[in-house]
Design a binder for this molecule. Sequence first.
Ligand code: HEC
Length: 104
Amino acid sequence: MTVAALSLFAGACAQAPAVPEGADAALTQGRDVWSARCATCHGPDGGGGTGPRLNNGQVLENFPDAEDQTTVVVQGRNNMPSFSSVLSDEEILAVVRYSREVLN
Ligand code: HEC
């Protein structure tokens, strides 16, 4: 298989779910952050991998309060890295919203 075909194949499998049409820009930003920073461990669709599953309502169940979820992303926890020096507050809020509203 050629390199081009391989990367096409990887691209087809590694898509984070799209933001609904007409959603605000923060969700699109959140999807970009998710794809770049989180999908490797949590799976492109949030289905889990090295990190736990966040989709199918899991994140809403574990974090009824979004602020508690934000704290994990900011500070890290066990093998979950801290993103406070990697992402801006705005990016962290955006990715937390994406996981709650789109991965859901
Ligand atoms: C290097 C792998 C890795 C990366 C990258 C990563 N995570 Fe995690 N994440 C983990 C692991 C492992 C855990 C479980 C931590 C624990 O056991 O306490 C976790 C836990 C979490 C949790 C808590 C889940 C729960 O149900 O308690 C959230 C929320 C989360 N990650 C969000 C993110 C977001 C958002 C990003 C991107 C900004 C991200 N993670 C990037 C590995 C990762």
